[in-house]
Design a protein around this ligand. Structure first.
Ligand SMILES: Nc1ncnc2c1ncn2[C@@H]1O[C@H](COP(=O)(O)OP(=O)(O)O)[C@@H](O)[C@H]1O
Ligand SMILES: [Mg+2]
Length: 346
């Protein structure tokens, strides 16, 4: 199959995406596919080929991209582009994607995850992995997602929202409070605050990433995530951090966190978490694959959020959960594609 693995893009999670994308491309190559890694934002000059079709015959990319500890800014990403192209799609990206049988979305954050790329592909008749544009958009917006969870009676932490420059609303929960940009990812722009003074500072930080910020009741408990692949819940994975919380550094640096799948929790709790993962997928409209994050305080299981394009880096949770049930990384990539193609075109 001719497959474009689309990665990079223009978001603080650009480097995470490139790391996922290189790994996905190499795995699909191992499986015999003509897979090619394309950077959504930088595009491809096609200087080494005569036709778009020849792109799929290129040699494999470097095995892995390292993820830098620094979060890349959009200004720094803009500086990487040397041509005069405007917009998110770099040169020839749409042409190359149109020539593929399917585009594997290795994007994370902003346009790749919020449905805009998916909507563009719908208009161009390009087939892609993962969920459609509307459920991607809803899932990416933590306020809309929480509204849907509550409507569907799925337990989630209490919350309020505050738009840029607005006063903090009266909250029906106490400190500590989790401050999150409504549309973010990888814990970027997030803080856990313990008093009014740090709340004000954290809001200023979070507003740099989004005009709207979600304030959430802090749930003290153990953290888990459950991947869903083609309608089946994978085993949960427990995430433990030795110090602090599961922020960007803990997510992507070696030894940042320890993971256990299947986790050591009562079978009934595990089953309930898996059932809640499937309910959350349905509530948010997610299909093909996704991942739902949880906190369990020993009594109640809370959904933190859904992820429409879960990370596929070497440290990522979904690949570890799949491995726990004997699905290799390359098989996981192939099953995502097969599941999407079985749903019919776009
Ligand atoms: N209500 C909460 N109580 C305690 N910890 C939380 C809460 N919400 C989020 N966290 C912590 O912050 C991390 C990131 O939050 P999440 O909502 O999943 O945002 P992101 O989209 O950045 O992954 C979670 O993995 C968890 O460790
Ligand atoms: Mg998360």
């Amino acid at each position: 199959m001719k497959i474009v693995v689309l990665a990079g893009g223009r978001s603080p999670e650009r480097n995470v995406s490139l790391s996922s994308g290189a790994k996905i491309t190499n795995a699909l190559r191992e499986k015999g596919h003509a897979a090619v890694l394309i950077d959504l934002f930088l595009g491809d000059t096609l200087s080494d080929v005569h036709t778009v079709a020849e792109v799929f015959q290129r040699p494999a990319p470097a095995a892995d991209y390292a993820i830098s500890e620094e979060i890349i800014t959009n200004d720094a990403i803009d500086a990487l582009r040397t041509d005069a192209t405007k917009g998110l799609f770099g040169p020839n990206v749409l042409e190359i994607c149109t020539a593929a049988d399917i585009v594997f979305l290795g994007l994370h954050g902003e346009a790749g995850e919020n449905g805009k790329v998916q909507a563009t592909f719908d208009l161009f008749g390009i087939c892609y992995t993962g969920s459609d544009f509307i459920s991607s958009g809803v899932t990416m917006n933590k306020r809309l997602a929480k509204q849907l969870l509550l409507q569907n009676k799925i337990t989630t932490a209490r919350y309020a929202t505050v738009k840029v420059g607005q006063a903090t609303p009266k909250l029906d929960f106490n400190f500590p409070i989790v401050v999150k940009p409504a549309q973010g990812g990888s814990s970027i722009g997030m803080e856990i605050v313990y008093d009014q003074e740090t709340l004000v500072a954290a809001l200023t930080t979070a507003w740099q990433f989004d005009n709207e910020v979600v304030l959430e009741e802090y749930i003290a408990g153990r953290e888990f995530s459950v991947g869903v692949l083609n309608g089946q819940a994978l085993p949960a994975i427990e995430i433990t951090v030795a110090d602090g919380w599961y922020d960007y550094e803990h997510k992507y640096q070696d030894n940042g966190a320890t993971y256990q799948t299947p986790p050591q929790i009562p079978a009934a709790v595990h089953q309930q978490m898996q059932a809640m993962a499937l309910q959350t997928m349905a509530a948010l409209g997610l299909t093909n694959y996704g991942r739902i994050d949880f906190l369990w305080d020993g009594t109640t299981i809370y959904v933190i959020e859904g992820n429409s394009l879960p990370g596929m880096t070497p440290h990522s949770l979904l690949p570890q959960e799949a491995a726990a049930v004997g699905i290799s990384y390359a098989d996981l990539c192939e099953q995502i594609i097969a599941g999407k193609l079985a749903q019919g075109k776009v």
